[in-house]
Design a protein around this ligand. Structure first.
Ligand code: FNR
Length: 204
């Protein structure tokens, strides 16, 4: 059990094995402060196509699980690819499911941010704009920061480790801002006496 104060549900908008957007979310997780715990949603491909005929008592278990995980998270971080100038259909499908039933969207007032990556020159910028627009329609509390990562294949090494310092710094800043948006305070830094005691313990 983690002692972290707040949880971020990370949702990659790609189903692709080796997705750069999933890598970006893993990098954000690896670099996040101790009081921020990431959970990674990997069920996008299990969701059926949205249909109003599947609502109510017929709501699929995969949809209920998505809603539960969104409800339980203090914040949501979506990393989206861009397909033909917009977000992938599978991500829009998940957001549509999350927006229902009417008036009960689990995104309502949920602190949320959209980032994205592409091997191209614009870093999935149009897709991020689309995600933010949809989150707005669902009543989410959207972080007013963007992180488009262009030429993403040059930012990771062959092991999937983020090696670009600029992107890493921007990612750190964005995750901190998202954590602040939750209103959950970060734990206070240890006093210098506590810090030196901790150092002595580690050296012993
Ligand atoms: C793309 N790609 C792409 N890239 C971009 O910058 N703008 C675009 O409009 C598109 N359009 C597009 C359509 C389709 C159908 C595919 C499959 C791909 C390229 C895309 O950015 C690239 O495949 C990314 O690597 C996908 O993200 P993941 O899977 O690596 O996270």
């Amino acid at each position: 059990m983690s002692s972290s104060a707040l949880t971020v549900l990370a949702i990659p908008g790609s189903l692709r094995r080796g997705s750069f957007n999933a890598m970006l979310l893993r990098a954000a997780d690896a670099r996040s402060p101790e009081h921020v715990a990431f959970e990674h949603y990997e069920g996008l491909g299990d969701l059926p196509h949205f249909s109003e005929d599947l609502e109510g008592a017929l709501t699929p278990a995969s949809v209920l699980e998505l809603r539960d995980r969104l409800r339980a998270a203090d914040a949501v971080l979506i990393s989206t690819p861009e397909y033909n100038g917009a977000m992938p259909g599978s991500l829009k499908n998940a957001l549509d499911w999350a927006s229902r039933p009417p008036g009960e969207s689990v995104f309502k007032e949920k602190p949320s941010a959209a980032i994205g990556a592409s091997p191209g020159r614009y870093g999935a910028q149009r897709s991020q704009e689309a995600v933010r627009r949809v989150l707005g329609a669902m009543g989410a509390e959207i972080l007013d920061e963007e992180l488009p990562v262009p030429r993403v294949h040059e930012k990771f090494d062959t092991e999937g480790v983020l090696v670009d310092e600029d992107v890493a710094a921007q990612l750190d800043g964005l995750v901190s801002s998202l954590a602040e948006l939750t209103g959950i305070p970060a734990p206070p830094l240890p006093s210098s006496a506590e810090y030196s005691l901790e150092c002595q313990r580690m050296l012993a």
